[in-house]
Design a protein around this ligand. Sequence first.
Ligand SMILES: Cc1ncc(COP(=O)(O)O)c(C=O)c1O
Length: 442
Amino acid sequence: MAPLDMKPNELESYWVPFTPNRSFKKKPRLFSGAKDMHYITPDGRKIIDASSGLFCVNAGHGRDKITKAIQQMAGQLDFAPPFQYAHPAVFELSSKLALMAPGDLDYCLFANSGSEAVDTALKVALAYHKARGEGGRTRFIGRERGYHGVGFGGISVGGMVNNRKAFGNMLTGVDHLPTTYNKSKQAFTKGEPEWGNETLDELTRMIGLHDASTIAAVIIEPVAGSTGCIPPPKGYIKKLREITEKHGILLILDEVITGFGRLGYAFAAERYGVVPDMITFAKGITNGAVPMSGVMCRKGVYETHMSGPEYLVELFHGYTYSGHPLAAAAGLATLEVYKEEGLFERAKKMEPLFADAMMSLKDAPNVVDIRPIGIMAGIDLAPIEGKPGLRGYNAIESMYHDHDLYVRVTGDTIIVSPPLIVSEAQISEITDKLRTVIKAVA
Ligand SMILES: Cc1ncc(COP(=O)(O)O)c(C=O)c1O
């Protein structure tokens, strides 16, 4: 037994997710506070947050209104059973979301993470077809380079190889559309590129191969986020909506990143003028302050389930923490902040300026592509030969330890997506710091 006065190695036990643990524990990067556009380190440094935490803190950190709403609810109702019972705030939040979502996406199922929202949407798609007497529709179609979280459903329809390769067969009967990214045709494009709708021919081919009667749903991110910010080609989402609709295939837009203002709208579906059958959301719904996610479903999807005796459960699905009171309170307060400060419109207005700032990094060393859209941009750095990901990891270390900058890096790609409150001066500051970091890891 360890002597009572022995201090454990506090860095050891925590298995840090999506992180190289051994390197991290040698030189950890910790945040112990946050306010508005900045993180605070335990040694008191202010680090500018250029990725909204993890694409979630859209209104900036430590917003009083949200903090107070959470505190107030914690004192009033710590927990309410979500099965067979509910609480008022979750109804209020659902109603507000129904008003915000396009078309008749009027029904909301809640969960706690983007991964759970995706699993929920996939299950609803299967149950919907079964309820309509088309239970043969079990196949899902995702997309290469897609990220839909880390549940078995999400990694199955996802298309990022490192997230899949260690985990066996996953869901069967899943196909993937090609990525819309083609560097030789799209490099350094602002917003939606011209090229790429050709990749949808593959969907028509898959429908021909499997027959539409076996396909339940297509799921994509409107802008592929975690893989490095890949905007959709012009007209792609509309065309995808047309094809899926024609064949009775549900379209699920995974808006875990693109929801709540990132592209200048409540949901990207609005930017692209489509009404999908389901939208998955998370992150920005509570400004990251309390875990919450959900799925907006079209009226027809909900109503299809509303049959059978009224005393029987219609959908055997839900989580202990679905629509948790603290999350619902945070969500309601967050939506108020977005509205009061016009943050979605602000993002739309700032998009050209943000894109120009990002594009100004074109001549920095090793920059091989920049893809800005909304208040988000992917910046690809050429990998160090034979060591993919090392330049990116060096950038993470350099940003934190030497340049007081935080930006999400995946592989050798930097994904900039600051809170929507970012000022012009802060965009310049972020750009300058990025240039310095990119030079430092050259
Ligand atoms: C599009 C998309 N779907 C799902 C997820 C998974 O969300 P979570 O990490 O909350 O499970 C993410 C996370 O980044 C995402 O970007």
